[in-house]
Design a protein around this ligand. Structure first.
Ligand SMILES: [Zn+2]
Length: 871
C-alpha cells in the first residue's frame, strides 16, 4: 500500500512530469532552480501550521499509481495549504490529463478575462476508445426507440462542477485531490466506477472569480495562521470573488445563458444530457454541510416527484460518507429547487438530477466558528467526500437513474403530443435584434424554432417575418420551453431562495401568442444566422432610423462620438409610405464634418455594427413634423460615469457595466466610492448610482457636490434603494406607500416564514406608459413588463404628464408577491424625474438591467442617458 504523504511531491522526478503546457511563471527551468526554495518555504510553514498531506483527503487502504503526479508535485503546495489560483489549477489538470489514460481534457472557450473554460472527461481507457459511441447511445436513450435499449452495459453520465462562486473555493481545491484520486487510484473499486461511468469534470465553474478570491486569501495569509474572524483575510474587498468579470452571479445564468462560462457548460450539458449534475458551494462559516434535496415545498411544479425521491436516495450516500469522517450535515431545509437558472435545479427539467452542496466556508485558511476551528482543508475534505459519495451513488443506482431518464423523455414525448398549444409565436415587428436574442437563447438551449411563414396579425398583434419566430411545442425539450415561456401567479409556498418569475418574452418585452396549430410556421431555422444591418442608399439630404431596434443606442452613440450632428423626433411622422415613431433619429447630410460620401461610408459601418437599417431620404417634407422642425431635438455626445465600490450593490453595477461595454460599446467610467469625494465631475454628462448595499456610503458632502453638478446640467440616475437617499438628501420629494403589517396569530416559530412572505424576491409587473415621454421612446406598445425585486412603492405625481410609467391596477404578470405588497404596487410609479437647475435627477425603483437577460427594459436607461435633457 502506498499513500501519498505531504512531502510526496518531492518524490516525483521533475523530468518525468509532462510539461507540454507551460505557464510563464511555471517554466521547468524556474522550477528546477527553485525546488530548494520551495522546500525551505515549506519547512517554515510546517512550523507555523499543521499542513495536511494528500492522504488527509483520500480514501485509505488503496494503492495509488506513483506515475501520476500529485497536486503538490505540480503546483508547489499541498491541497489546502494555499488557495489554488486558476492558473495553477489549470496547469495541474492539464498535467494530469497528459499523465493519465483515464482523462482527456478540452478547452471549451474563454472567460471575459481570457481564462480557459476546461472540461475533463474521466472514464476507463476502454471507454475512452469508444467515447463518441457511448455518448450517442446515451443520447439515444432520450429519443424515440429507447425502450428496446438495454441498460446493463450502459455507463451513467455524471457532471461535476466546482466553485461557481469564486469565493467558495473548497470545491475547486477539492477538485485537485478528486481528479488525482480518479487518475491514480488502483483496484477493483475504481475500475468498476470508471467502467460504468463517464465523469465530466468542470474543475472551475468560475475561473475569473476563483482567481480573484485566491489572490485575496493568499495575499492576506500569515505564517502564523490567524483564525480571528476580524482578520482581514476573511473580509474580501469589494466586489469579492463570488462573481465573474462583470460581477454576475454565474449560477443564475443556466437558463438565460448570457455569459461565456454558462455558454460552455450548457453546450456540454446538451451534448451529454448528464444523469447527475453536482454543484459544489459554500455557505456561512457557522453552518455545517448541506446536500439536496432541499425544502420539499419549494420544488418547481415542472420537476417530477421521482426526481426528488432519487435525490433523496443519493443523499443517503452522502450521509453515510460524511458519517464516516464525522462531519455534521443537514438536508431537506433552507435551499430550494425552484429557479431553473441555477445549476442544481436546471437538470431537473431536463431528465437529470441536479444536486447542490453547501459547505460552511472558512473563507480564508482557518476561522473560528460555532463548530470549533474551521480549517480550509476540512472544508475541502467534505467536498471531496461528497464528490466521491456522488459517484458511489451513481455506480450503485446506475440502471435505476438511467431508466428514470429514459422514462422522463418517454413521458415528455407523450405529453408534448397532447399539448393543446401547438406552438408559440414571439416577435417585435419594430425590433429584430431583441427578437433574435431570444431566439439565440432557444438555439443555445437546443430548442427548435421556425421562421414565421408570412407577416400575420394574431389577436390584434402584428408579427413580421424576419423579426418573429415560431416555436413548436411538440419537441423534445418542450418542458424547458414551458419553463421559459409560462406565466405563473399561484404558488404552494411563499418563500423563494431566488426569483419567482423569469417569463422570457416578458423579459425581452416581446409580443407573443400561443397558437392552436402550426400553420404559421415556416421552415425550421437550422442555420441560425447572425444579425445584419445596412443603409438603404446614399443620400444628399438626410438619414433616418427609428429608436425601436435594440442596438439603436449603440448606433446613436457611435454617430455623436464621431462629431456628427443628430436630432431626435419628439413626435411621430410619416413619409414615403413609412411611419416614423417617437424618438426617430435624423442625421442631416449637409454641414457635417464628413463629406456626403464619407458620411454614407461611416453610416454603413454603423448600421452593420448596430444591426439596423438606416433609411436615406431626399426631402424634408413629411406628414407631421418636417425634418427641419424644432421638434427635432439635438442629441449631444455623452460622457457617462457610474459609481462603484464599497456600499454599492456590485451585481447591479456589473449589469450596467456589462450593458455599456459588451452591448452598446459605450465607454463607462467606473468611479470608486473610495475616491468619489475627490473626483472632479465637471466633464461628465451623466452619473449612474446603482442600488446601494448595506447602508450605502454617500454622505451629506457627496449630496452637496452632486447637487452642484446637476444644477450645472448633469443627469443623475439613481436606482432602487437610492430612492431613500435622494429623498433624504432632498434631491426629490418622494412619497412612499407603506403598509404597517401586524402579525396576528403568528407564532414565534413561524416568524421567519411570515416576514419572508413579504419579500418580493423577483417578479414581473405591468406598467402603462405615456409613449410621448422621451423615457418611453423606442417602445411601440403602451404597456411595459418590469422586473422588480424590491419593496419600494412610490405615489404618483399629481400631474399625469409627470407619470410616464405607472403600474396598472392589475399589475402582476408573473411571480410571487404578497397580497399586502400587491395592493401597494397598484397604480404606484417606478420612475421619477425632477429638474434641478440645468440638470435632471432620475430615479428608477426597479432594476432595468437584470442579469443581462432583461433586454426589454435596457432602453429605459439609454433613454435616460441620451434623452434626459429633453425630459
Ligand atoms: Zn454559492
Amino acid at each position: 500500500m502506498h499513500l501519498p504523504t505531504s512531502l510526496n511531491w518531492r518524490k516525483v522526478p521533475w523530468s518525468s512530469t509532462p510539461y507540454s503546457v507551460t505557464l510563464a511563471f511555471l517554466k521547468i527551468e524556474f522550477m528546477k532552480k527553485y525546488v530548494v526554495v520551495f522546500l525551505a518555504v515549506y519547512a517554515v510553514n510546517c512550523l507555523a501550521q499543521e499542513t495536511v498531506g494528500l492522504d488527509y483527503y483520500l480514501p485509505q487502504q488503496i494503492n495509488y499509481d506513483t506515475s501520476i503526479p500529485t497536486p503538490a508535485s505540480i503546483i508547489g503546495h499541498e491541497v489546502g495549504e494555499w488557495h489554488v489560483t486558476h492558473d495553477k489549477l489549470m496547469f495541474y489538470m492539464q498535467t494530469l490529463a497528459n499523465s493519465s489514460d483515464r482523462i482527456t481534457i478540452e478547452n471549451r472557450g474563454r472567460t471575459f478575462e481570457g481564462r480557459p473554460i476546461l472540461l475533463l472527461t474521466i472514464t476507463s481507457p476502454e471507454n475512452h476508445g469508444k467515447i463518441e459511441k457511448i455518448r450517442k447511445e446515451h443520447i439515444a436513450l432520450t429519443e424515440n426507440g429507447s425502450t428496446s435499449m438495454t441498460l446493463e452495459e450502459m455507463p451513467i453520465v455524471v457532471y461535476q462542477g466546482f466553485s461557481v462562486h469564486g469565493n467558495e473555493p473548497s470545491g475547486a481545491n477539492a477538485g485537485m485531490a478528486y481528479a488525482y484520486y480518479l487518475a491514480a487510484a488502483q483496484g477493483p473499486e475504481i475500475d468498476k466506477i470508471l467502467d460504468n461511468m463517464v465523469i465530466l469534470m468542470d474543475p472551475s465553474f468560475n475561473p475569473d472569480g476563483l482567481q480573484r478570491f485566491a489572490y485575496w486569501a493568499n495575499t492576506n495569509k500569515s505564517i502564523n495562521l490567524n483564525s480571528d474572524s476580524n482578520e482581514r483575510e476573511y473580509h474580501e474587498v469589494w466586489p469579492g470573488g463570488r462573481t465573474n468579470h462583470y460581477w454576475f452571479d454565474i449560477n443564475r445564468d443556466w437558463l438565460p445563458v448570457q455569459l461565456p462560462e454558462s455558454r460552455a457548460r450548457i453546450k456540454t450539458f446538451h451534448k451529454w444530457l448528464p444523469n447527475i449534475l453536482t454543484d459544489h458551494h459554500e455557505m456561512g462559516t457557522n453552518s455545517t454541510f448541506f446536500f439536496q434535496p432541499g425544502e420539499p415545498t419549494r420544488v418547481h411544479p415542472l420537476t417530477p416527484k421521482l426526481n426528488q425521491e432519487l435525490t433523496a436516495e443519493i443523499g443517503t450516500y452522502h450521509a453515510k460518507a460524511l458519517n464516516k469522517i464525522g462531519s455534521l450535515y443537514y438536508s431537506e431545509e433552507n435551499y430550494d429547487d425552484y429557479y431553473y437558472g441555477k445549476g442544481s435545479t436546471y437538470p431537473d427539467v431536463m431528465g437529470g438530477i441536479g444536486i447542490l452542496f453547501e459547505q460552511a466556508s472558512s473563507r480564508g485558511h482557518v476561522q473560528e466558528s460555532e463548530n470549533g476551528l474551521l480549517t480550509f482543508p476540512f472544508t475541502i475534505r467534505n467536498q471531496f467526500t461528497a464528490a466521491l459519495s456522488t459517484i458511489e451513488a451513481a455506480k450503485n443506482m446506475r440502471t435505476k437513474i438511467l431508466s428514470y431518464q429514459r422514462d422522463f423523455y418517454k413521458g415528455l414525448r407523450e405529453e408534448a403530443a397532447r399539448n393543446k398549444t401547438k406552438a408559440i409565436v414571439f416577435g417585435d415587428h419594430k425590433d429584430a435584434a431583441k427578437t433574435w436574442h431570444l431566439a439565440e437563447i432557444l438555439d443555445r438551449q437546443n430548442i427548435k424554432f421556425h421562421e414565421l411563414k408570412e407577416d400575420v396579425s394574431i389577436g390584434g398583434t402584428n408579427y413580421k417575418k424576419g423579426s418573429s419566430y415560431v416555436v413548436p411545442m411538440n419537441q423534445k425539450n418542450h418542458r424547458l420551453i414551458k419553463a421559459m415561456f409560462e406565466k405563473r401567479t399561484t404558488f404552494t409556498d411563499s418563500l423563494f431562495y431566488d426569483i419567482s418569475a423569469w417569463t422570457f418574452p416578458l423579459a425581452f418585452g416581446l409580443d407573443y401568442n400561443e397558437l392552436p396549430t402550426l400553420s404559421n410556421a415556416g421552415s425550421e431555422v437550422t442555420d441560425f444566422k447572425p444579425l445584419t444591418g445596412a443603409v438603404t442608399q446614399q443620400s444628399t439630404y438626410a438619414y433616418l432610423f427609428e429608436w425601436h431596434e435594440y442596438y439603436s443606442p449603440k448606433a446613436l452613440n457611435k454617430i455623436v462620438n464621431k462629431g456628427i450632428r443628430a436630432k431626435v423626433a419628439q413626435y411621430p411622422f410619416s413619409m414615403n409610405g413609412s411611419t416614423y415613431d417617437y424618438g426617430t433619429v435624423m442625421i442631416p447630410v449637409q454641414n457635417q464634418e464628413l463629406s456626403s460620401e464619407e458620411l454614407y461610408e461611416f453610416l454603413k459601418e454603423v448600421a452593420k455594427e448596430s444591426y439596423l437599417t438606416i433609411t436615406a431620404v431626399t426631402t424634408g417634407v413629411t406628414q407631421g413634423i418636417d425634418l427641419g422642425s424644432g421638434d427635432f431635438e439635438p442629441v449631444k455626445k455623452q460622457k457617462v460615469a457610474i459609481l462603484v465600490g464599497s456600499g454599492i450593490r456590485s451585481s447591479d453595477a456589473g449589469e450596467i457595466w456589462h450593458l455599456f461595454d459588451t452591448r452598446y460599446d459605450i465607454k463607462l467610467t467606473k468611479i470608486d466610492t473610495e475616491y468619489f469625494s475627490r473626483t472632479d465631475l465637471s466633464s461628465y454628462t451623466d452619473l449612474i448610482i446603482p442600488s446601494t448595499g448595506r447602508g450605502g456610503s454617500l454622505g451629506k458632502a457627496d449630496a452637496e457636490k452632486l447637487k452642484e453638478w446637476v444644477k450645472e446640467g448633469g443627469t443623475l440616475i439613481g436606482y432602487r434603494t437610492m430612492a431613500n437617499w435622494l429623498d433624504k438628501q432632498e434631491f426629490m420629494d418622494l412619497t412612499f406607500k407603506k403598509d404597517t403589517l401586524v402579525a396576528k396569530n403568528i407564532s414565534f416559530g413561524k416568524k421567519n416564514d411570515f416576514l419572508g412572505a413579504q419579500v418580493t424576491g423577483g417578479a414581473i409587473f405591468e406598467a402603462k406608459t405615456d409613449r410621448s415621454h422621451p423615457i418611453n421612446f423606442g417602445y411601440k406598445n403602451s404597456t411595459l413588463a418590469l422586473f422588480r425585486n424590491s419593496n419600494i412603492y412610490l405615489k404618483p405625481e399629481k400631474d399625469s404628464y409627470n407619470n410616464p410609467i405607472q403600474y396598472t391596477n392589475k399589475p402582476l404578470l408573473s411571480g410571487y408577491i404578497s397580497e399586502e405588497n400587491l395592493n401597494l404596487i397598484k397604480n404606484s410609479v417606478p420612475f421619477k424625474i425632477k429638474r434641478l437647475g440645468k440638470g435632471r435627477v432620475i430615479l428608477f425603483t426597479d432594476n432595468t438591467n437584470f442579469r443581462a437577460f432583461w433586454y426589454g427594459t435596457n432602453k429605459l436607461l439609454m433613454n435616460a442617458i441620451f434623452f434626459g435633457p429633453m425630459m
